[in-house]
Ligand binder design. Structure first.
Ligand SMILES: C[C@@H](N)C(=O)N[C@H](C)C(=O)O
Ligand SMILES: [Zn+2]
Length: 216
């Protein structure tokens, strides 16, 4: 009984570092592919904070200066549709994070062991599955981020969607992001205005493959 309960808490398979198995899964189904996102796409700014000291760990937990990330193909295509829609309003997206190797989830959890703000390694994160994005919205003309009431990874009530004691413009900006993401299949996390998960019935495994290997 105890074992059964434990299994329900955990991911179906252990995290995999097996690049060959990942490549085979892509050959069998192209939706499994982790598509590279870099700065060449219009309307996408990258600020991958976990590759710098500008994060709550206060040191890089990704390769320093990392300038690309990945999303599974269906999530990537949905995000491009978000970018296209926002472009018509003179806006773009700034990505703080997308795919995250499992080992990094363990590091984040060791600092913030609170499931409202970091994924429990027992379950793995949707970032580990290539299905989650941390993002904000910027003005295409000025390159500046729209104010959202808190910065990224502000682990407090103020970052919750239910927190409404904010200037109207900031509430509108959060709603703008939430609505455009929802229209393209992404679900908000109640406790982080920047975190969205692409909803799919497909079960994707938790990956622990380093960025450099995926980029090869
Ligand atoms: C750590 C934060 N940026 C984040 O992504 N939190 C969610 C819950 C996660 O770790 O999946
Ligand atoms: Zn996130």
């Amino acid at each position: 009984m105890f074992l059964l309960a434990l299994c329900r808490l955990s991911y179906a398979q252990p995290p995999t570092q097996d690049l060959a198995a990942y490549r085979l899964s892509v050959a069998q189904n192209s939706n499994n592919q982790l598509i590279k996102i870099d700065k060449t796409q219009q309307g996408i700014q990258l600020d991958l904070v976990y590759g710098s000291t500008n994060n709550f760990v206060k040191k890089p937990v990704y390769p320093r200066g990392l300038a690309y990330t990945f999303l599974r193909k269906p999530a990537y295509e949905a995000l491009l549709a978000v970018v296209q829609e926002l472009r018509q309003q003179g806006l773009g997206i700034q990505l703080f994070d997308a795919y995250r190797p499992y080992d990094v989830t363990r590091i984040l959890w060791s600092i913030v062991p609170d499931e409202r703000y970091a994924a429990n390694p027992k379950k793995g994160s949707y970032h580990n599955r290539g299905l989650a994005v941390d993002l904000s919205v910027y003005d295409l003309k000025t390159g500046k981020l729209l104010p959202m009431g808190t910065g990224f990874d502000n682990f407090s009530d103020t970052a919750h969607h239910s927190f409404t004691d904010l200037p109207q413009a900031q509430r509108d900006n959060r709603a703008l992001l939430k609505n455009v993401m929802a229209r393209h299949g992404f679900t908000a996390l109640d406790s982080e205005w920047w975190h969205y998960t692409f909803k799919t019935d497909t079960v994707y495994p938790v990956l622990n493959i380093p960025f450099a290997e995926l980029a090869r």
